[in-house]
Design a protein around this ligand. Structure first.
Ligand code: SAH
Ligand code: MG
Length: 229
């Protein structure tokens, strides 16, 4: 059967996720729309070419982790994902994004780690992922390995988003990618506020990153120089 001549753009960073990965992603609990997920997967696939680990802040139940894990598997690198698994402010009981199914009844607190483990296992991707369970700034303070990609999707307060940027952006290798989720330039657009937008502006203003793509609320930036972030 003849193929449409432009069905494989030559500048595409790599093939998208296969049907099994896409299914696992689409059926996983979480907060990443499919179009943004495809853009994240494309960025992670490209970043994987550097041969360095890909790191996510904000695992939740593993929805976006599936995409980083698939890209890592293809590139032969490791996906790392950071979360204390107790949920963000807006995910606590009584708040807009709360899911009662994430509460550990014995402890009386959210615990998304068991769901994350099941999600990754079902997707067949757990061998490609290392979960780092703890507060992002505490883990970042111990970190020393250059990263091919950092995906910031953790807490949405200025305190958390700024700490994620300051803790992890310096570890993005030159040529590597910084992706930021929930970037809303208009104040009224989203309940979770504009801290990620402010972090995005700061990254661009630093001169160390330049914008590669924007899909929905996902922004992808490339580290262009070794200077301070
Ligand atoms: N990437 C996920 C959504 C992440 S939600 C998806 O695709 O569905 C944000 C997550 O960040 C929550 O699970 C919360 O526990 C975590 N988080 C918030 N602040 C954090 C911090 N300071 N350190 C570690 N994890 C944090
Ligand atoms: Mg998000």
């Amino acid at each position: 059967m003849a193929e449409a001549p432009d069905s494989h753009p030559t500048d595409a960073p790599g093939p998208g996720p296969g049907p099994e990965v896409l299914d696992a992603f689409a059926s996983a609990k979480g907060f990443m729309p499919v179009d943004e997920g495809l853009a994240l997967h494309a960025a992670a696939t490209e970043a994987g070419l550097l041969g360095l680990p890909l790191l996510e802040i904000g695992t939740y139940c593993g929805r976006s982790t599936i995409l980083l894990a698939d890209a890592a598997r293809r590139a032969g690198v490791t996906a790392l994902t950071v979360d204390h698994h107790r949920g963000s402010e807006e995910q606590q009981p009584g708040w807009e994004y709360h899911d009662p199914g994430t509460v550990d009844a014995e402890v009386g607190l959210m615990d998304t780690l068991p769901t994350f483990r099941r999600t990754l296992h079902r997707a067949g991707l757990e061998d490609h992922v290392v979960a780092l369970v703890g507060r992002s700034p505490r883990i970042a303070a111990l970190w020393g390995t250059p990263l091919g990609m950092v995906f910031v999707d953790g807490g949405h307060t200025d305190e958390h988003a700024t700490a994620d940027y300051e803790g992890w952006a310096p570890h993005v290798a030159v040529g590597g990618l910084l992706a930021i989720h929930d970037v809303f330039p208009e104040p009224a657009d989203e309940f979770t506020g504009q801290a990620p937008y402010r972090v995005h502006r700061r990254a661009v203003a630093s001169g160390a990153f330049s914008e590669v793509s924007a899909t929905g609320s996902l922004r992808v930036l490339r580290r262009t120089g070794p200077g301070p972030v």
